[in-house]
Design a protein around this ligand. Structure first.
Ligand code: FPP
Length: 254
C-alpha cells in the first residue's frame, strides 16, 4: 500500500507562487499552556492576546491580505461565567488599547459572528473599530467573536426566507454565490489556509461554508507560544500542497 504523501511534482518555484491571501486561525491551547505552568486558565488567554499581536505583525510582514482569528465561539458560552467575562474583557481591552496602532499600520478590522447577545459596549466598540478602519488596505483582520459556522448559515437562511416571503427574491435566485453573499463573510475571500494550534485536529464549527477548498495545517504548538516562525511553517506546508479544487492540474489534463 502506498503512503498518503503529497503527490505534487511541480517545481518548488511554481509551488512557492501559490498565493496565500487569507489565513484563518483556530487559536487553541490557552488553557493547557496555563495549567501546565500551574497558572489559572485566564493567564493563558492573557498571553494569547500577545500572540494575536505578534501574528498580526507577522501577517503584515509576510504580505498576507486577510487573517481571521477565532476569538470566541457560539459554544464558548458553556464555559464558566468568570472565564467568559475575562474573554470579553480581553477583547474589549485589546481593541481599546490597539485601535490607534492598528489604524496607523493600515489594518482594517472586521468582526464576524452573532452580534445579538454581546454586551452593548462591545457592540459599540465593534462598530467603532470597523468604521474607523474601513478604508485601510494593508491587512484585513477579522475577529470571529460569538461566531459559529452553523449559526452563521442559519442566520443567512433566515435572511433569505424573509426576502422570499416579502417577494423580493424567488427560490430560483438562490445559488451558492447568493448564499455566500448573505453570510457574515460576504465581502471576504474564502480562507486559503486554516491553522489550528494545540495539536487538536477538528474544525469546531469554524468557517464551515468557507473552508470548502481550504488547506488545513494542525500544529502542536499551544496558542500563547505561537509566533512568526510557526506562521511561516504553516505557509511552507500550504505551499507544498497541490490545490486542485476538484479538477486536475493543467499539465495532467493535456
Ligand atoms: C482556546 O483555548 C482559546 C479561546 C477559547 C479563546 C481565544 C482567545 C484569545 C487568544 C484571547 C482573546 C483576545 C482577542 C484579541 C480575540 P482553550 O481555552 O480552549 O485552551 P485549552 O483547549 O487548552 O483549554
Amino acid at each position: 500500500m502506498t503512503a498518503l504523501t503529497n503527490q505534487d511534482r511541480s517545481p518548488a518555484t511554481e509551488r512557492a507562487a501559490e498565493p496565500v491571501r487569507h489565513v484563518a486561525i483556530i487559536m487553541d491551547g490557552n488553557g493547557r499552556w496555563a495549567t501546565s505552568r500551574g497558572l489559572p486558565r485566564t493567564e493563558g488567554h492573557r498571553r494569547g492576546v500577545e500572540a494575536v499581536r505578534d501574528t498580526i505583525q507577522a501577517a503584515i510582514d509576510l504580505n498576507i491580505r486577510t487573517v481571521t482569528l477565532f476569538g470566541f465561539s457560539s459554544e464558548n458560552w458553556t464555559r464558566p461565567a468568570d472565564e467568559i467575562d475575562m474573554l470579553f474583557g480581553l477583547f474589549r481591552g485589546y481593541v481599546r488599547r490597539d485601535i490607534e496602532k492598528l489604524h496607523e499600520a493600515g489594518v482594517r478590522v472586521k468582526v464576524i459572528g452573532r452580534r445579538a447577545g454581546l454586551p452593548d459596549d462591545i457592540r459599540d466598540l465593534i462598530d467603532e473599530v470597523e468604521t474607523k478602519t474601513a478604508a485601510n488596505r494593508v491587512l484585513q483582520v477579522v475577529f470571529a467573536f460569538n461566531y459559529g459556522g452553523r449559526d452563521e448559515i442559519a442566520r443567512a437562511a433566515a435572511a433569505l426566507a424573509v426576502k422570499a416571503v416579502a417577494g423580493e427574491i424567488a427560490a430560483s435566485d438562490i445559488d451558492e454565490g447568493f448564499i455566500a453573499d448573505h453570510l457574515d463573510t460576504a465581502a471576504l475571500p474564502d480562507p486559503d489556509l486554516i491553522i489550528r494550534t494545540s495539536g487538536e485536529m477538528r474544525l469546531s464549527n469554524f468557517l464551515l461554508w468557507q473552508c470548502a477548498y481550504a488547506e488545513f495545517v494542525f500544529l502542536p504548538v499551544l496558542w500563547p507560544d505561537f509566533g512568526r516562525a510557526d506562521l511561516e511553517t504553516a505557509i511552507d506546508l500550504f505551499r507544498s500542497r497541490s490545490r486542485r479544487y476538484g479538477g486536475v492540474k493543467a499539465r495532467e489534463s493535456a
